[in-house]
Design a protein around this ligand. Sequence first.
Ligand SMILES: [Zn+2]
Length: 443
Amino acid sequence: MEFLFKQHLKDTVQKPLLERFAHLADAEPSLDSLAAFQEEALKEMVAYAYEHSPFYHEKMSQAGIKPEDIQSLADLAKMPFTIKDELRGDPWKLLACDKKDISIVSVSTGTTGGEEIYIMYSWGDHYLTDSPGHPKLFNLKSGDICINALPYEMSSAGMSFHKVFSEVQQATVVNVGKGGAYSTPEKIVQVMADLQPTAFITSPSYAITLAEKAAEASIDIKGMPIRKMWLTGEGCSDAFRKRVEKIWDTRANFHYGSLECGVLGMECDDHAGYHIPLGLVILEVVDPKTGEVLEPGEIGEIVATCLLRFNTPLIRYRTQDLGYIDPEPCSCGLPFPRFFLRGRLVDHLTICGVNFSPFYLEEFLMRQPEVGNWYQFVIKKRNNEQLKIRAELAQGVEPTPQLADKLASKMEFATGVPCEFEFVTKLARPGVKTVRVVQEEGE
Ligand SMILES: [Zn+2]
């Protein structure tokens, strides 16, 4: 929180609000004081959106809502949702400022299809978004050397973390990126060998790709002084994370966010769910069908309201991710409530009429020591009465029919659906995003 309230901002629209709450910077803020801040920020942000954003003015008018109707956090439920498809089309539509005040534009990666989504920030919005929320969650310091192997091009990921690591935490950032014009896995591991980083951020699958390249080049990654690693950009099971931690010999915390919303949650070292950065965002969990707000502990769709984006507001955005909120205190001592993810609505697979998150299946698969780090769940288009798992085997493991049967029955026992295994020597390594689920024609 400290960052939000102590930095000297230019004359941004959020400045008076942050100055009124400057006292939050000094001590460990209580949940009550954070709730008071959220309430004020919500009221101001909604009023600003109504006045300055034609998109939200229209939306609120259609729902019969005026800014004065939003007086408390509970009133947020009166506001209409914003959905992904509304962000497509006119690139400038969300703006609550002049076009000339936009300082950065990012573009959706298109992995979910459809027209591009442009997410824009004014300088003030950009500067404030993605701050860590609490120093314990991103505890870098001056002298840390952080390898940032997230995409810098189009995406907001590389830039966002770059800003937080270098500006907020005064660490040294190495912008190796991921898959850019000059950025190859071979070159990144060489840079890491030369600079001996103390921190590292990338996606789960790219962490494996880089480790493989390091092994090919006889670069000792376990000997590097990396004391902290963050994984983000694609989902991953805890079992897969444990593999990454073992390979890199460090602690790896998940970070959850999206192009549209920015940061939404960060794991602490206790790996007990994502802490919600209360200074930046309000998260709700709603029934995906009815839109009704659910109680803590109930699983539903995560809905995000960004509190400090005044010039480019995003209110009650439906993330299409499923999860639940746990308000109980965390063992790490941080007061921020946590949420747990349960996969993406769009990624769920239906096999034998049963709905699965791919990460639920991955959890069981990655617990099998014979299975390597690369796999695909193959879904047959016509006849998906069986889950086919195409996988590499761990080094030195022989691909025998007996092993395929053994693994298939283990997976079937864990998931309740019939499984079959196809062993391959090497699956293609992904360039940008890993594809874990592939559709093929059925017999
Ligand atoms: Zn914690």
